[in-house]
Design a protein around this ligand. Structure first.
Ligand code: T4K
Length: 367
């Protein structure tokens, strides 16, 4: 049986990658901010329409080190409807996550519920542009200014997204992207932080490279979270094809929408105004009361046909073994409900329309 996974990494032609890495065999320069690293950094600053960028080994380190670089204390407001990384990055910095609910339309942080969670211990907000849907950046900006809070966006899903014509990475104090194999744009593993303040960039650089500033100069305590030359070379190749990649995803989503629209009990991902989307994910919510079938049954039915949709993001992070004794997921009821209803359907540039039809047939027949 042919298997269809939730996604499939985009890769350049093998020849293109081999051509790109050839000069590494001349220089023997494999890592530590080499030529490829610097070239990708330059190209991404332009493509993402941001002022400053720091490349990292993965999206998680982008989050963890950005938070660390800000020297935060106390509590951080965030959402539980996300990948493990977001919450872990806060906790691994010795901070306490305070979970805010999400809104039921685009599944990002419910900005009407942030202020009631702010205490004298709150130091930052870590909102997530989940599925590539953009948070209410204007309201978050207003709240953060009013209370003097830092804002670090988890922008893992929003590569290339713009809001009102501006690169999404230019909002907040920092925005953290993931270039993991499963993302719209990948560097195999990889990530980046886009940031406002150059001093913050310096701190993140120190944290990613042991604090080393020269052969005999170590400025601070740092880790190792560098992107290597092979990762950067993959990024350089993939960036050449990114618009085509996003265009193909757009067509697939258009087709999904056509097949699944106006069906009682099915809620499709929203389309946001003034947002240029990257079509990163295609989440669909199944309302059992209206459709007669629940998400888990659809998930199972697809699986029996070799189709591996995923329950991104179930369970909520506040339900994880390591966190559940400190939190009650009923306090984020919308997130809880969405996590029980959602399935992210297979989506990648080369997914065929035939396969989309097969997936939709099973979903529609299963209802
Ligand atoms: N914040 C958010 C909101 C995130 O979603 C993520 C990552 C992060 C932060 C942290 O960024 P990174 O540190 O990862 O850069 C996957 C990804 O590993 C993870 O990057 C991603 N979010 C998350 C949503 O999805 P899994 O555990 O579901 O991946 P896995 O291995 O089950 O792969 C899913 C499917 O992708 C496979 O069935 C087939 C395909 N695949 C996978 C790999 C590894 C490929 O085609 N090629 C591959 O190399 O987490």
């Amino acid at each position: 049986m042919k298997e269809i996974m939730v996604t499939r990494s985009s890769m350049p032609q093998l020849e293109e990658y081999v051509e790109e890495i050839k000069d590494i065999w001349d220089t023997h320069w494999l890592t530590n901010m080499g030529v490829k690293h610097r070239e990708l950094e330059r190209k991404l600053t332009e493509y993402l329409d941001v002022e400053n960028i720091e490349l990292l080994s993965n999206g998680h380190m982008a989050l963890e080190l950005s938070i660390q670089a800000m020297n935060l204390q106390g509590e951080v407001i965030t959402t539980p409807f996300t990948f493990a990384s977001t919450t872990h990055a806060i906790v691994r910095n010795g901070l306490v996550p305070v979970f805010c609910d999400i809104n039921p339309i685009d599944f990002t942080i419910d900005v009407t519920k942030i202020e009631e969670l702010i205490t004298d211990k709150t130091s930052a907000i870590v909102p997530v542009h989940v599925y590539g849907n953009v948070c209410n950046v204007e309201e978050i900006e207003r709240i953060s200014r009013k209370y003097g809070l830092k804002v670090i966006y988890d922008a893992a899903h929003t590569f290339g997204v713009t809001y009102k014509g501006k690169g999404i990475g230019s909002f907040g104090d920092a925005s953290c992207f993931s270039f993991h194999a499963t993302k719209v744009f990948n560097t195999i593993e990889g990530g980046a932080v886009c940031y406002r303040d150059k001093e913050l960039g310096d701190k993140i650089y120190n944290l990613k490279n042991f604090g080393i500033r020269g052969e005999e100069s170590v400025e601070g305590v740092g880790a190792n979270a560098k992107m290597n030359e092979f990762q950067a070379a993959m990024g350089i190749c993939n960036l050449r094809h990114i618009d085509e990649e996003i265009g193909k995803r757009e067509k697939i989503i258009k087709y999904y929408r056509e097949r699944l629209k106006n069906i009682e009990g099915i809620q499709l991902n929203c389309v946001q105004k003034e947002v240029k989307s990257n079509f990163a994910y295609f989440p669909v919510l199944f309302d059992e009361k209206k459709s007669g079938k629940n998400r888990d049954e659809i998930f199972k039915k697809l699986k029996e046909s070799g189709i591996y949709a995923r329950k991104y993001f179930y369970p909520l992070t506040n339900m994880f073994e390591c966190y559940k004794k400190y939190y009650n997921s009923m306090e984020t009821p919308v997130a809880l409900e969405v996590s029980k209803k959602v399935l992210t359907l297979p989506l990648y540039a080369d997914l065929s329309i035939g396969d989309v039809n097969k997936i939709c047939d099973i979903i529609v027949e299963g209802l």
